[in-house]
Design a protein around this ligand. Structure first.
Ligand SMILES: [Zn+2]
Length: 76
């Protein structure tokens, strides 16, 4: 089920030109989401709306790991 969900997102990426620049993918959980800081820089309300409707905010660190996974990793 998860695969199907991700596949849908990938199709969506193809339909939104320039969108990939604002998206991050976690190397651990493979979650794709928009980078909230980068999205703020885009002065296009329609673009921002589409991003928020279709993706969750995913902030990744310098090694490509999202905040949620960082929490899990730091527990050990
Ligand atoms: Zn993650």
């Amino acid at each position: 089920m998860r695969f199907k969900h991700q596949h849908k997102k990938t199709e969506l990426l193809g339909s939104l030109k320039g969108f990939d620049k604002f998206l991050s993918q976690c190397v651990v959980c493979q979650e794709i989401g928009y980078d909230p800081d980068k999205l703020k820089l885009k002065q296009n309300r329609h673009f921002q709306k589409r991003a928020r409707e279709n993706f969750n905010p995913v902030k990744i660190n310098d090694i490509g790991v999202c905040e949620q996974c960082q929490k899990h990793l730091s527990k050990d």
